[in-house]
Design a protein around this ligand. Sequence first.
Ligand code: NAG
Ligand code: NAG
Ligand code: NAG
Ligand code: NAG
Ligand code: NAG
Ligand code: NAG
Ligand code: NAG
Length: 480
Amino acid sequence: MAQGPQRKGEMMKVWCFILLLSWFTLQLDANPGLKVRITQKGLDFGKEIGMEILKERIKEESFPDWNDSEKFGLSEINYLLSGIRIDTIEFRNTAISLIPGTGIKLTIENAYVIIKANWNIRSWMFKGSGRTTVVISGLSITAMLVMSMDSTGHPSISLDSCQMIASGVEVKLHGKNSWFYNMFTKFLKKSIHRILDSNSCPNLRQEIEIIDMELRILQILIQIDDFAQIDYSLVKSPAVFQSYIDLDLQGTTYPVGNYPAHPYVPVPFALQDSSDSMLYLAVSEYSFQTTVFAYYTTGAFNIIITDEVCSYFNITTETFGSIIPEVAQYYAESQPVMLNLTATKTPVISLQTDAFTIEIHGSMEVLAVLPDATTQSLFTVNITTNSSINLTLFDQKLIGSLCLNRFQLSLADSNLGFFEISLLENFFSYILHSEIIPSANAKLTKGFPLPNLANISLKKPFIKVEQGYLWISADVNYEQ
Ligand SMILES: *[C@@H]1O[C@H](CO)[C@@H](O)[C@H](O)[C@H]1NC(C)=O
Ligand SMILES: *[C@@H]1O[C@H](CO)[C@@H](O)[C@H](O)[C@H]1NC(C)=O
Ligand SMILES: *[C@@H]1O[C@H](CO)[C@@H](O)[C@H](O)[C@H]1NC(C)=O
Ligand SMILES: *[C@@H]1O[C@H](CO)[C@@H](O)[C@H](O)[C@H]1NC(C)=O
Ligand SMILES: *[C@@H]1O[C@H](CO)[C@@H](O)[C@H](O)[C@H]1NC(C)=O
Ligand SMILES: *[C@@H]1O[C@H](CO)[C@@H](O)[C@H](O)[C@H]1NC(C)=O
Ligand SMILES: *[C@@H]1O[C@H](CO)[C@@H](O)[C@H](O)[C@H]1NC(C)=O
């Protein structure tokens, strides 16, 4: 009788669990701000490098001594291999292929390995030792790797299945009386087959586990500069297609050490179905917009222009006096002028086909700097600028440069009374072109760092702006 309610309790737990799980799945199904695509061409290139690295690693690896014993007539023969080193390793046919929806298939066919070691064979009747050469040929491995995402948004890789076959094992013993001991090599061969059978796949698994560990500690929060950092965590597990793997990344920028709520929502977007380059990277309007928001909240859009930073000319009350007669009336003697530019709201980014623009709403206060270093406000104008951003890739960074499309001025406040703003427009257009835009461009050369890929640089990058995102395609170079 008591079982009824208890069952109900259990069912509730199960339901809660399922609800919780689906809630998490919803959370994980967030839209990405960035997409990275690695194509078959990229994987083939990666495979060549990977095989070289693997060869080097295997050659440097030291193997534990190995001993065994075998019944021989009435007695027992013990043998020991020590100082085992891989002398030569040739991977003849290797391939990496994508199994859509599943994972990555790695095949090594007909590999060839030469092992050098010390041998020691003994029984109650005899005892000998020397050097040995073991040749393993026709070694083939087929492994299936599965990519996923861990709870912190790091990529993860694991070995799903693995098969190994070695068709030939040759053992040659060298040393005193080795002609005699070579009679026993059939035992060694048998044991080596056994070792290969029982160790190859576990060893591969271990290598994959090392890679997995490296992936899990990959830095996914990358600092752009003192002010901003970008989150490169995955938003969902890598997706495997016929000719590429797509990674969806967060791509949100935050001010350093601070995660203020921002009003932007990533909009779904799809990369076109191309796979001619090794690598594709798509950056959404959302990603850029959060970057701009991070900089806006840290005050990076505020610039003060004074005599010292103004390299082309000295702006003085006299300069303004020639445009606005009221200024000349107030300042009989010429005084230096300071411009205080501030963004009054978050600049807006817009990505349209072949057009990347930023609109900045700001104010500029014009102040006279008096001999006692105090300032007097002359007037404040509101400025709206719309600029194109020209992007280039340099040194693994996406670097923008601004080009002013248009700007509007309106008088917001004046201590000189009302005056005709149109008089100022040409003058400010000049200041914008000669001072403000170059100053902003200098800040922009810090760039937007691309995901950190160890020793890999981009070759022949191509950038294209689309509605809502821009994408970059490139081949890669590996420098050791
Ligand atoms: C291998 O060597 C260890 C330590 O010398 C010994 O305990 C073990 O019995 C040996 N194994 C075989 C199969 O001879
Ligand atoms: C600007 O003023 C400084 C002194 O305040 C002077 O040395 C400099 O030559 C001036 N520059 C121009 C371009 O007039
Ligand atoms: C520049 O303007 C901002 C906003 O109006 C103000 O907070 C800041 O104190 C000003 N800076 C100077 C040096 O006047
Ligand atoms: C800048 O101006 C262009 C052309 O008028 C317009 O298409 C674009 O949306 C503007 N940029 C922003 C961020 O509003
Ligand atoms: C963009 O920058 C590149 C390199 O600095 C330059 O060659 C190109 O003319 C620029 N394009 C525009 C539209 O300004
Ligand atoms: C200037 O900008 C400020 C802040 O954005 C706004 O409150 C004010 O109404 C604007 N004034 C004019 C004349 O556009
Ligand atoms: C990257 O290159 C440096 C030398 O420039 C080398 O020491 C390091 O091992 C390389 N890293 C990888 C992952 O290949």
